[in-house]
Design a protein around this ligand. Sequence first.
Ligand code: ZN
Length: 151
Amino acid sequence: MAFTDKIYVKNHRQLAAQLETSLPKGAFAGATLDLLFTGDELAGLDAATRDRVLDFAEDFLDCDCQSNPYCGCPEEKFIGYVLELRAEGLGPQAIVDVMTDEYMVYAYTGDVRSFLDDAVRQLEAVETLAAVEDRTEMAERARRARRELTG
Ligand SMILES: [Zn+2]
């Protein structure tokens, strides 16, 4: 299961009630993305909720790909967003708090932690491989990124 499959819509039941439609819990589930992408249904939401939902759509669903929102960019952007928060020094719980505050989505702290651990391990692998292949610039980039994530 991808990390973005474990990002959930906060208060998703109230949201679904306001929208008078069924809504999957997963923020990146197809039906959720469809809803965000078309946008016309969102008029039923209260202002605070609508702002956050629109922010989410603007920040993560704004690419020009033909297959938007199924092109993979939303997930990729969201992952970049989480890594950036980590690079700013936030821990898993603080990252969850920020994403809820900004976009009304959440994840379980444990899932964020293992995602970050995986990211660090991947960077370590890149670093090692690049060093073996004498690609010093790539190795250095991976090392820097890893240091950002581990603080
Ligand atoms: Zn795209």
